[in-house]
Design a binder for this molecule. Structure first.
Ligand code: GLC
Length: 751
């Protein structure tokens, strides 16, 4: 795509409407339906050319998914542009979820950085590498608010908070597309999966979702509006059914919300064959009815199903579907292709040949993203950072220490394991010849139960000054359709940890996983624990920087960690209930008197065997810094309905070294026309403080920041509000203020 200035992009947008209508007027019905048809690339070049060449030449294909062969893409685009009647260029789609060849941390790990800039920079790297082969459309950001670690796709999400998900999703859109559609270096982004997929029942992928309208509007929709406000050009429907209506046939979502309320002018693509699946859901009799339902609901393009091409023409000829509806869908698609500059520059940057390997900037961005994504969950006795100068021997143990494939995580179709710098390699590189590094995998995979190599691991630990254990999940254990009912460390990893701990050597665990795991037992057997998610290509240098103190851990949890899988769903922004948990009422199952009478136990919202709190709350993360908060000040205690609240707080780092901190601001609306969460993240700032440095931070809250949906009304209601600032969602530095009068707002006010 060409390089256009903002002014040129705006001028182009104005002329685009004319060009769309002029082109539409020339198109036959089959050519129109062809634009609504995305086909999957065949595996074999020749078959590919023959099958798709004919269809493309006939104008029956609008997009191709899953070819990344530069020559193949160029050949197919040439057929479309030079040999079809109208020469409409193709969109070439590929999942570039957290990197193309250079892999960034999984999105859940990137979310732990609480840093929109690093997410944007990573997406820019991904877009550049994808464009180099000819890919011009990707299916990211994934914006499903995720509260269930059993669900494999939590790995692709930005976690449980709507504000964080929206901010990082918008940053990823800007990184992928550039500051506006058609700007240099960009590829088309796609906000997915619209909407509520993260609420899949039981944490089982593709399962039903039952979400009230208030919950939908207050928890799940916001991130998508934020992504569209950032200019995201496409939206993908979710596989799941929402309250009985699958998203790919849901007029309320696709027309009432997306088009009417939000004014979305891009196009909607189904998920993979999700139109065909409407019959499987039990919504339609068969393919013809499924096509009618999806087209009427507002799905503009059929991903890989071939079902629009097969049935839409006859549905129009039979008068079941009005051709005006087809024209509307095709206009959405043509508008985006024109805004991308595809007609002017259909081949983008690609010269049709394999691009050079990732450059230094890509790897530096991947390394920085990995450093910022790691969350330190324990550091007993300040055992970290390790002082390399005082070490004689280090034991590196575990199935994920030298795992170039698994450290990349899920959804890395085009990742290059040969580029990976593993944790073992990073440690060896950092220590050089100064320190002996004794490496014992101990288990062949994260799922292995073969403990025959444990004695070797125990010996290595016994002979070392410190044992570094790299544990967690292989990449395949998270991602689409990869859900787990138990979320402990798989296989015999806990047993390995116990045996290493028994040597008495200090134990530091680094966990690589695609979801929160239940770590209660693990924590008992480690002196320190770094949670690295799946950190991507540059895992090794990043982990070494953190272990040896070159950098301080700065990640904060984007999702709550349950003590036990039975607590799920457990998340910080829950509502209060009529009987909230009270510490003294929560009798532990082991402390219950025999024959205890019915009402003798705590009558409040908790579990007898696990209490009411997560193991670690949203926003939590330790640091080598020592941060203190005080002097929380509000510009007023009485906020007018058109006012702005200025908040300031002093933060100090009282450690003897510099470090980063994510300062978080939470608000509660304790009395409202519907019950509201006990806390909601409303702002955050990532800062660096030198040793001994104190800084005054400023936040600004608008009345829109206090608003919520009561069904379809967005309102900020008069009354008291509570506010906290600190380093996690359990911050206790508090202030309160009153909103003097209620106010109704528009959706765009809250994006
Ligand atoms: C998958 C996923 C979706 C992905 C699409 C194309 O089934 O649900 O996230 O973008 O198909 O691969």
């Amino acid at each position: 795509m060409g390089t256009v200035s903002m002014a040129e992009a705006r001028a182009r947008r104005d002329s685009i409407e004319d060009r769309v209508q002029q082109l539409l007027a020339q198109m036959t019905l089959m050519e129109k339906v062809g634009q609504m048809n995305q086909v999957q690339a065949a595996d074999y070049h020749l078959i590919h050319q023959e099958v798709h060449g004919a269809a493309i030449r006939a104008g029956h294909v609008g997009s191709i998914i899953n070819t990344v062969d530069p020559q193949e893409i160029r050949d197919l685009q040439r057929v479309a542009v030079e040999e079809s009647r109208l020469g409409i260029p193709l969109l070439f789609g590929r999942d570039v979820i957290h990197g193309f060849h250079t892999i960034l941390p999984i999105p859940l790990g990137q979310a732990a950085s609480f840093n929109p800039e690093i997410v944007r920079d990573g997406a820019r790297v991904a877009a550049a590498e994808a464009r180099a082969v000819g890919v011009n459309w990707t299916f990211a950001p994934m914006l499903d608010v995720s509260r269930d670690p059993r669900w494999g796709r939590i790995a692709e999400s930005f976690g449980e908070d709507p504000l964080l998900t929206g901010r990082l999703g918008a940053a990823m859109v800007r990184g992928l597309q550039g500051e506006y559609l058609g700007s240099a270096g960009g590829i088309l982004a796609c906000a997915k999966h619209f909407v509520g997929y993260g609420a899949s029942e039981g944490g089982r992928d593709y399962s039903s979702t039952n979400i009230s309208e208030n919950e939908l509007r207050n928890s799940y929709l916001g991130p998508f509006l934020a992504a569209l406000e950032a200019g995201c050009g496409t939206v993908m429907t979710s596989f799941s059914d929402l309250d009985g209506t699958p998203a790919s046939a849901n007029r309320f979502l696709l027309r009432d919300i997306l088009r009417e309320a939000w004014g979305f002018s891009g196009f909607v693509v189904s998920d993979w064959e999700s139109i065909s699946q409407l019959a499987t859901h039990g919504l339609t009799e068969g393919p013809r009815e499924s096509v009618a339902a999806a087209a009427n609901a507002g799905v503009d393009m059929d991903m890989a199903g071939g079902i629009y091409l097969q049935h839409l023409p006859e549905l129009v000829q039979d008068g079941v579907i009005d051709e005006a509806l087809i024209d509307q869908a095709v206009a959405h698609i043509l508008r985006i292709k024109m805004a991308l500059g595809l007609f002017e520059s259909p081949y983008g940057d690609s010269e049709g040949r394999a691009p050079a390997l990732p450059d230094g900037q890509a790897l530096r961005t991947a390394r920085e993203a990995a450093v910022q994504s790691v969350v330190m969950l324990k550091n007993a006795g300040d055992v970290l950072p390790l002082q390399a100068g005082s070490l004689r021997r280090v034991a590196v143990i575990g199935p994920l220490a030298d795992a170039p494939h698994d450290q990349l995580g899920t959804w890395v179709f085009d990742g290059r394991p040969e580029l990976s710098v593993t944790c073992l390699e990073g440690i060896r590189e950092h220590l050089g010849e100064r320190v002996d590094v004794d490496y014992v995998p101990a288990l062949a995979t994260s799922r292995s139960r073969d403990e025959s190599a444990f004695p070797e691991a125990v010996r290595a630990a016994a002979d070392a000054d410190v044992a570094l254990l790299f544990l967690g999940e292989e990449a395949i254990l998270s991602g689409e359709a990869h859900c787990r009912a138990h979320i402990d460390l798989p296989g015999s990893q806990e047993a390995l940890l116990r045996q290493v701990k028994a040597t008495g050597t200090p134990v530091i665990a680094v966990i690589l996983a695609g979801r929160p795991l239940t770590l209660t037992r693990t924590l008992e057997n480690v002196d320190a624990l770094l949670y690295a998610w799946h950190p991507g290509t540059m895992a090794g240098p990043a982990i070494a920087d953190l272990l040896f103190g070159v950098r301080s851990p700065s990640g904060k949890l984007p999702v709550s960690f349950p003590r036990a899988v039975g607590q799920i769903p457990i998340y910080y922004n829950h509502r209060n209930t009529g009987k909230p948990p009270v510490a003294q009422d929560m009798v532990h199952i082991d402390d219950i008197d025999p024959l205890a009478p019915q009402t003798s136990l705590g009558m409040c919202a908790f579990h007898l065997d696990e209490g009411a709190d997560p193991l670690f709350p949203f926003g939590f993360g330790l640091s080598y810094g020592r941060f203190y908060y005080w002097n929380l000040h509000l510009s007023t205690r009485e906020l007018p309905a058109d006012g702005t609240l200025e908040v300031s707080v002093d933060v100090a780092n009282e450690a003897d070294r510099g470090a980063e901190e994510v300062v978080q601001l939470y608000v509660r609306d304790p009395v409202a026309s519907i019950t509201r969460p006990v806390r909601e993240l409303k702002a955050f700032q990532r800062i660096h403080l030198d040793a001994g440095e104190t800084r005054t931070l400023h936040f600004r809250l608008s009345v829109a920041d206090l608003a919520f949906y009561n069904r379809d009304r967005l309102v900020a209601e008069a009354g008291e509000f509570q506010l906290w600032v600190g380093g996690s969602s359990s911050a206790d530095l508090q202030a309160s203020f009153r909103l003097l009068e209620s106010r109704e707002l528009q959706p765009s006010d809250a994006a």
